[in-house]
Ligand binder design. Sequence first.
Ligand SMILES: [Zn+2]
Length: 188
Amino acid sequence: MAGAFDPVAPPLENGMPAVKEGDTSLRVGLGFDAHRFARRRPLVLGGVRVRERDGLLGHSDADVLAHAVMDALLGAAGLGDIGTLFPETDPELAGADSLGLLATVARLLAEQGWALINVDAVVICEEPRIAPYRAAMRARLAAAMGVGVDRVSLRGTTTEGLGFTGRGDGIAAQAVVLIGPAATEERP
Ligand SMILES: [Zn+2]
């Protein structure tokens, strides 16, 4: 370790060290989703019913946060995307509880021998404020995926009035996940 933190350090002399042997099967996944606002719909974020009006438009319950997490999980495992897995043309999915879909995705990963290491997600909107609902959203998402709440990190941010979220046209969400091979004894 170098001594004092240098804010403008030169590049590493020998480059970034190699990943430890045996840890190379970790996979990272990125998810992004956005939905526009719709007055007569309830707002559901991270499985929490935030309000009964001014929600988001979508075939399912339009839970933009759950969708971003699902896409990140599917991406990490190389299992495609939610549009393929849960087609918008499927009448059975109209108004579907996205936490149920998330649970399905988590089950799919577990069946493929993957374990979730952690999720980090950001909800991007001018309103509502995410902080008051954060603990409940983390708990709901974690429960749907069958992991401890400590593995799910979440925060809200604004774009300071810029872009479609800034204008209040809708809400966007981003998520990254890290997965690794499940311990053999935990396999279903
Ligand atoms: Zn979506």
